[in-house]
Design a protein. Structure first.
Length: 309
């Protein structure tokens, strides 16, 4: 533990480390402290270790943060750096999200081996993805192609693609950019046709609710527009009780003092979709997201959600 700085906890993947190092650089710049003031502690998570089945069958996306949150609660680390889309909407007692960094491009990136665009894949092509949202969106747009489970970090998935295990895969553009690997992208999928996961593209920083020093040091890193957008998206997700078992998309835009949210829920096979739009004051971001969740639930009807149980 650091007297003047903060100990940063993170997963050990290349992307997780890139996000932790970005956070460290911003803390160093904000406080004029050396790199030694912000040591990075790598913590192995259940989500990283489970590779033989979908996370939805193993306990959900919280598996990527469980051990890191335990390290926060027992004081081994001061802050934890996460991909916002990996964060459950309900945090353990005593923990808070203290900062969202400015959001990167939230779009999904298509990386094609046999065709450069999703629309140009031949009938019967195989696309690999571990995201139920991406799987459902692909099936919605291209019911003539096959979608298979595709676990692993960015490098693992790109290696499997190069080996010919699939014809294409999808990854977050934000992650590829943070890794300096945007050159592998063959198509950026438009938000209108392929909306992102709530929180996609944003880094969030978690700490103990009682740690005033950590919260104070993180304050200069907070990006107000990203925070408002993510509060809205997470409220939408929370109202729908979103988890790894549920194909949900949502994206909020801030323009001046207004917020505009668009959300989508899909059946896993992509055959049924429901969309919603909601606007309001940016100051009311949480209420806007919650209202969108309520409206889309009423629009879809109880029958639609039976398959989510």
């Amino acid at each position: 533990m650091q007297t003047d700085g903060l100990t940063i906890g993170t997963r050990g993947s290349a992307l997780a480390l890139a996000q932790a190092h970005e956070t460290r650089r911003r803390l160093m710049a904000a406080h004029g402290l050396p790199v030694e003031a912000f040591p990075v502690e790598v913590i192995s998570t259940s989500g990283d270790r489970i590779q033989d089945r979908p996370l939805s069958e193993a306990g959900g996306k919280g598996l990527f943060i469980k051990e890191i949150e335990e390290a926060l609660l027992d004081g081994r680390i001061d802050i934890a750096v996460h991909s916002s889309k990996d964060m459950p909407t309900l945090l353990p007692d005593g923990l808070v999200i203290a900062a969202f960094l400015e959001r990167e491009d939230p779009r999904d990136a298509f990386i094609g081996r046999s065709a450069p665009r999703l629309s140009e894949l031949p009938r019967g092509a195989v696309v690999g993805s571990s995201s139920l949202r991406r799987q459902a969106l692909i099936r919605r747009l291209r019911p003539d192609i096959s979608v298979v489970m595709f676990r692993g970090n960015v490098q693992t998935r790109l290696r499997k693609l190069a080996e010919g295990q699939v014809d294409a895969t999808l990854l977050a553009n934000a992650g590829l950019k943070r890794l300096g690997m945007a050159d592998v992208i063959t198509e950026l999928l438009p938000l209108e046709d392929f909306p992102p996961a709530p929180g996609q593209g944003a880094i969030c920083i978690e700490t103990r609710a009682t740690d005033a020093r950590a919260i104070g040091m993180l304050a200069p890193l907070r990006h107000a527009e990203t925070e408002a957008a993510l509060v809205c998206e997470r409220a939408f997700l929370a109202f729908l009780d979103g988890s790894c078992r549920t194909p949900i998309a949502g994206y909020a835009r801030i323009e001046g003092d207004r917020i505009s949210f668009s959300g989508m829920i899909l059946s896993p096979d992509g055959s049924e979709t429901h969309q919603i739009g909601q606007e309001g004051r940016a100051l009311d971001a949480e209420a806007v997201g919650r209202a969108a969740g309520q409206a889309i639930r009423e629009k879809a009807g109880a029958r639609f959600f039976e398959s989510w149980d």
